[in-house]
Design a protein around this ligand. Structure first.
Ligand code: ADP
Length: 164
């Protein structure tokens, strides 16, 4: 049984994240998505909200679990008996940081491998930050995330769930 963890901030999840989760759920027996609670960052959504958003968006995939975590991804992997850490790779801009993280994690935990999923082309440009910026200035969010998530972003930023 190969268990993978997929750690990240997911503030909030986008179609890019959901695509990685779906594809990882096919390649691995179980995928545990780790939603990072980092007390030195101030995310738009609380860790509980980010967990709930992801639970709702992935409820149809039986071998996916959503959990919050703090600290190192390798510790989160160990706690969940995972052999693999999944990360998504979009462009070269992701590469340097992701390579450094993967190598650091290998030093910390040589028994855990990092597996990269290359982004699907239609989501290559997409990040939570971009989605929030477009939302702030009133752009159309339909291509970025499912309606439940984009409505939550609009409600947070503008105090109502009105559709633009
Ligand atoms: P972090 O703060 O750990 O980078 P993110 O929530 O931004 O957390 O991203 C989590 C993971 O998902 C990262 O590996 C990131 O590269 C990947 N990711 C983010 N957006 C996309 C996307 N559009 N396509 C594929 N992977 C993505």
């Amino acid at each position: 049984m190969v268990i993978a963890v997929y750690p990240g901030s997911f503030d909030p999840a986008t179609y890019g994240h959901l695509d990685v989760i779906k594809r990882a759920s096919i390649s691995f027996d179980k995928v545990v998505v780790g939603v990072l609670h980092n007390s030195s960052k101030s995310p738009l959504f609380s860790v509980e909200e980010r967990v709930n958003i992801l639970r709702e968006a992935t409820k149809e995939i039986p071998n996916v679990d959503i959990k919050r975590f703090e600290g190192l991804s390798v510790n989160f992997a160990r706690e969940n008996n995972a052999q693999v850490i999944v990360r998504g790779l979009r462009a070269v801009t992701d590469f340097e940081y992701e390579l450094q993280m993967a190598q650091t994690n290998r030093v910390l935990a040589p028994d855990i491998d990092t597996v990269f999923m290359t982004t699907s082309l239609e989501y290559a440009y997409l990040s939570s930050t971009i989605m929030k910026e477009v939302a702030l200035f009133g752009g159309d969010l339909d291509k970025f995330a499912p309606p439940a998530i984009t409505n939550a972003v609009l409600a947070k930023l503008h105090g109502s769930a009105k559709k633009l």
